[in-house]
Design a protein around this ligand. Structure first.
Ligand code: FO1
Length: 326
């Protein structure tokens, strides 16, 4: 079944997903099973971007794109399926950086992106070129075309996101986060318009600090979300007090938040009308309703296969639609 706009909803209005990397990409795979892909807009974090050997790498944009193109490496959830690493090995021989695993096919994306950026194209324009070339009908937009980089404050000093996440395997205690470039960052063309026109907005089950906050922090984003008449949901990336993937639980703890779905719901507060939490956390739903003032959808949130991704997307969008019409 396809979730379609109800009587009071505009059919052409997009479903907007605020997205980080792997968790968001998996959720989007489900969304495109229940909504025509051309009606879906993914607004993607760029705080994880980095330069490797002079090439501009945008991990979250690529993870979302490769996943929707059916090309992602299913074991890691990032990178290209079946990729080889000959260029990386050759780079290492030369004494170049090899801690960030860039596969040969993946490198082509970074070569193309870097070249087009050097020619003066915007990141959003290059992203549109890449998604078109790979047959992705979802509109994938970086939240901003400006340079925005997540910096992680740790007892060892300030680290760039990928130094913290990949090079040091998220081992450091996170004392705070800074988004370098935020003062100059403006929402990329189409982002605010999509949010204002949306029929539904979903904050994907991504890390709220590392993936979603750099999106929400961009000038105008929060106000736009609050102004938009679309019903808004967030899906908890914390299940049973642990992160589905990555360091979200450790960061919630180190920044003094409850390590639970409730802790995540409190972070989103008045931005959301609906909070989606796992069946294992059903006991927290009442607290979310009373403390955060959001409706709750208690369902299976672990996206172990295609059926689960589709079911989560359908349940979330139907619950949002019911809020709108009910
Ligand atoms: N994650 C790793 O844990 N190790 C890597 O070497 C690595 C390389 C990499 C290359 C391209 C790409 O698009 C993603 C890559 N990732 C790697 C994943 C990435 O660091 C994270 O998934 C995201 O930035 C967090 O959303």
């Amino acid at each position: 079944m396809t979730v379609r706009a109800g009587d009071s909803l505009d059919e052409a209005a997009p479903v907007v997903v605020l997205a980080g990397g792997v968790g968001a990409a998996r959720f989007l795979e489900g969304v495109v099973q229940v909504v025509p892909p051309a009606e879906v807009v993914a607004v993607v974090n760029v705080g994880d971007d980095l330069e490797v050997g002079g090439l501009h790498v945008s991990p979250d944009l690529d993870t979302v794109t490769y996943t929707l193109a059916g090309r992602v490496n299913p074991e890691t959830g990032w990178g290209v399926r079946g990729d080889s690493f000959a260029a990386l090995a050759a780079l290492e021989e030369l004494g170049g950086p090899a801690w960030f695993q860039l596969g040969d096919r993946d490198l082509a994306t970074h070569l193309f992106r870097t070249h087009r950026l050097q020619e003066g194209a915007s990141l959003s324009a290059v992203t549109a070129e890449i998604t078109r070339a790979l047959g992705v009908a979802v509109r994938v937009i970086p939240v901003t075309d400006q340079r925005l980089r997540t910096m992680v404050e740790t007892p060892e000093g300030e680290l760039s996101f990928q130094e913290y996440f990949v090079q040091r395997q998220s081992q450091d205690r996170v004392l705070g986060l800074r988004f370098a470039g935020l003062a100059e960052a403006r929402a990329a063309s189409g982002v605010l318009q999509a949010i204002l026109r949306a029929r539904a907005i979903v904050i994907a089950p991504s890390n709220p600090f590392l993936s979603i906050e750099p999106v929400l922090a961009v000038k105008g984003l929060r106000d736009c979300l609050l102004t938009s008449g679309a019903p808004k949901a967030a899906i908890s990336p914390i299940v049973g007090g642990a992160a589905v993937k990555g360091p979200a639980a450790a960061i919630l703890k180190s920044l003094g938040h409850d390590v639970s779905a409730l802790g995540v719901a409190r972070l989103y507060g008045d931005l959301i009308d609906l909070f989606v939490l796992d069946e294992r956390d059903a006991a927290l739903a009442d607290a979310v309703r009373t403390e955060v003032g959001a409706e709750c959808l208690v369902t299976q949130t672990i996206m172990s296969g295609a059926a689960e991704k589709q079911a989560l997307a359908r349940a979330t969008l139907e619950a949002l639609q019911a809020l709108q019409t009910g």
